[in-house]
Design a protein around this ligand. Structure first.
Ligand code: DGJ
Length: 732
């Protein structure tokens, strides 16, 4: 068993292959957090708690006159609120009597084999190869009978611990939850850096590394989506941690809506990290007998640096997150119509693009926005999911038949959560969108957001989506979401339940996806929110791949894909070759480089293939052949970031290595060409030092040790934004 409880020391100990997680029930029943880090054999950690009389840190009543016991200082597993602890807290409750307080003490616990399940929300699941045990600890506030159950599932071999909490109202009063954190993690020190991934539309998940400072540092989203601006993933690491060295902790929230992650460095140089639903606009009514379930957090610890931490996440997210069979299947090479045609097309134009792309090696044609209702630009039509026969004279099924007849598969874009005011759906159901009484509604990209907290609206979406899926030969759906939520008020809820709308929207969305995605396992669903505005594990539960960014500029993508790779597997990042000058940045990058960068993900094209020259088409054809060859490495290999694009300005390099270390793919892009530049070398990683590797196109082989220690010279002749790819294979 990976979970044990010692009666003698009252210690809960959770062990993975390389980490230990230790908690202790103290003499008053409080659950103290003792340790998370390198796996320990000696788990007697009592000596770490050094009680002192701390001025202005109050003492709970039951300790009598012991001025050395204060919850304001002690490391806790799920902190109290309103009772002696002034730090950021795990929960905020407004009780029936109007008091703001919660103080939980261990009432009982259970250890089971297998993993807990979350109803209505995505979470990790187990495969036959996993040994997973679960610990449930029930905390009880005896003053109110409010219970909090802490859940921990330990994936021993995969070095992962998941956590969540459920709040159960066993009292007789209605209470309001104003904050429920899925994870609280106390550290007795604070010499850490915080790494988080921030950005904006078309420039998502840029890495920021900052030292912890006194007070609270916070990231989060109140946009009704995990957002382009912040990602629900955070790393805490020692100051000397690099890709290959040092301690680091990852926290990843399996949720796609409003989230909050806070880190506080306190007055005694201790750290508390919390992660969960955002508290802004959140107030959940909990009547007697009801319970509230928080989303799951996936935690990993690496004592070997950031690359290993990423490998732990890649491994678990590749194998235990996505429900679609496509998670394990090779993906088709896509040609997408968006940057090729935007809203202006007819059947003939699309068929011509598809035919030209087929010639290049594309396997699946995706019809993007503009095929339905009155949709000649983005100001109208959302909600009217009937094909526009002015554009597509043979209908959607007619187009799909013709595309499939060519030997391509057919894919379709939808944006089911949205509604345009200029649509029949809005004229019929003006109350179906989120809007506040007595206030004119706010628009984003001219559109409004459907109220997915309503079951009738969710069922309507399920109905029209299933109709499309059942009547058209569709193998791929791109599920888009092009604005953030405002006006979060639902016409069917009472005033004191309006603080639930953001979370109820997400529960509605997960319900919809459960009834569409999980009932169509033969269709590949691709996530998208203006590119990467909802790139999170909650969405990856349904979508094996997500359109990584609306920015298709290969040079910009180097940073976007670098940041994304810290938590998310490479085979989840959809990445396309587009034309130059690039539509988002105006930059021109060689076609070869665009291919190399797009191959760092799920490869495809986003251009009018009929406009390519014969040479360009030949180059594309060659790219698709290479991608097919490299695909197993890209999809299943270990990923190594060889440079940091924020520090190494001259070049960006990365590498994929097969799990058996027999094959590797090294990619290098020159990002800042200098005149008479120094000769640069790239040192590879993850190879077998004792094996010899042949490199395609070179007439000698190199030992793995040599390639990792001395490296390979970067061709001096490479020009600005030019790239090379080296394919390595061990000699028999
Ligand atoms: C945003 C997406 O990210 C684009 O790829 C495209 O599908 C547009 N929406 C269509 O409106």
């Amino acid at each position: 068993m990976s979970i044990r409880f010692s009666e003698e020391s009252q210690t809960f100990s959770l062990r993975t292959k390389s980490s230990s997680y230790i908690m202790r029930r103290n003499e008053y029943g409080y659950l103290l957090h003792m340790y998370y880090g390198e796996r320990l054999e000696d788990e007697n950690l009592d000596y770490l708690i050094q009680l002192q009389d701390r001025g202005f840190s109050p003492n709970p009543n039951e300790v009598g006159n012991d001025r050395t016991f204060s919850l304001d200082v002690l490391p806790q597993e799920f902190s109290s609120d309103g009772i002696c602890d002034y730090r950021i807290c795990s929960i905020e409750v407004k009780n029936g009597d109007g008091s703001f307080a919660f103080s939980g003490k261990v009432a009982d616990y259970r250890i089971n084999s297998g993993k807990y399940e979350l109803k209505g929300m995505p979470s990790l699941w187990t495969t036959e190869e996993d040994t997973v045990d679960t610990l449930e600890i029930r905390l009880e506030d005896t003053a109110t009978n409010l219970n909090v159950i802490l859940y921990y599932s330990v994936f021993e071999e995969k070095d992962i611990i998941t956590r969540t909490v459920r709040v159960v109202n066993r009292g007789s009063d209605t209470v309001y939850l104003n904050r429920v954190m899925s994870v609280t993690m106390d550290f007795m020190d604070s010499d850490y850096d915080l790494i988080h991934f921030d950005g904006r539309h078309t420039m998502e998940r840029e890495l920021h590394r900052v030292p912890l400072s006194y007070g609270v540092q916070s990231i989060g989203s109140c946009r009704g989506a995990s957002s382009h601006q912040h990602n629900p993933f955070m790393i805490l690491c020692s100051k000397d941690t690099t890709e290959d060295f040092g301690h680091c902790y990852g926290f990843s929230l399996v949720y796609s809506g409003n989230f909050l992650c806070e880190v506080e460095k306190d007055q005694y140089d201790q750290t508390r990290l919390t992660m969960g639903l955002h508290t802004k606009y959140f107030s959940w009514q909990l009547k007697a007998g009801e319970s509230f379930q928080a989303p799951e957090v996936v935690m990993a610890y690496s004592g070997r640096g950031l690359t290993h931490l990423s490998h732990l996440y890649h491994h678990i997210y590749r194998n235990n997150l996505c429900r679609s069979p496509y998670a394990k299947l090779p993906r088709q090479i896509v040609i997408n119509s968006w940057e090729a045609a935007y809203f202006t097309f007819d059947e003939e134009k699309l068929l011509n693009i598809a035919r030209a792309a087929l010639d290049m090696g594309a396997e699946l044609f995706v019809l993007d926005d503009g095929w339905f209702g009155k949709r000649d630009d983005d100001s109208s039509g959302l909600g009217d999911w009937e094909v526009n026969t002015d554009k597509l004279s043979h209908g959607l099924d007619g187009l799909a038949d013709r595309i499939c007849g060519m030997g391509l598969q057919f894919g379709l874009w939808v944006e089911p959560e949205m509604i345009s005011e200029n649509s029949n759906l809005y004229r019929e159901h003006p109350d179906w969108c989120l809007q506040m009484p007595h206030r004119p509604v706010s628009r984003g990209r001219y559109q409004l957001v459907l109220d997915l907290s309503r079951k009738d609206v969710c069922d309507y979406i399920i109905g029209f989506m299933n109709h499309i899926l059942d009547t058209v030969k569709v193998s791929y759906i791109k599920w888009d979401m092009n604005r953030n939520i405002t006006d979060a008020w639902s016409s069917i809820e009472e005033a004191d339940k309006q603080g639930e709308i953001y979370h109820r929207y997400m529960l509605g969305l997960y319900y919809v996806l459960d009834h569409i995605v999980l009932t169509h396992p033969d269709v590949l669903f691709v996530g998208c929110s203006g590119g990467g505005g909802r790139y999170d594990p909650g969405m990856l539960y349904y979508h094996p791949q997500i359109w990584c960014s609306d920015n298709t500029d290969a040079a910009a993508r180097l940073k976007i894909q670098y940041g994304t790779s810290f938590a998310y597997p490479i085979q989840t990042m959809e990445s396309h070759v587009s034309v130059c000058p690039n539509h988002q940045t105006g930059r021109t990058v060689p076609l070869h480089t665009r291919g190399v960068v797009a191959m760092d993900g799920i490869f495809g094209y986003e251009l009018d293939a009929t406009k390519l020259t014969a040479d360009e088409k030949a180059e594309c054809r060659e790219q698709t052949i290479r991608y097919k060859k490299y695909y197993p490495l890209i999809a299943q290999g270990d990923y190594y970031r060889l440079t940091n694009p924020y520090e190494d300005l001259y070049l960006t390099a990365w590498e994929h290595v097969s799990p058996d270390r027999k094959y590797a793919l090294l990619c290098v892009v020159l990002t800042d060409k200098e005149a008479n530049a120094p000769q640069k070398y790239v040192k590879l990683k993850g190879l077998d030092p004792n094996k010899f590797y042949k490199i395609e196109g070179m007439d000698r082989s190199f030992s793995g040790q040599l390639l990792m220690s001395a490296g390979l010279p970067v061709p001096f002749s490479l020009g600005q934004y030019e790239a090379v790819q080296y394919y390595l294979e061990t000699e028999e």
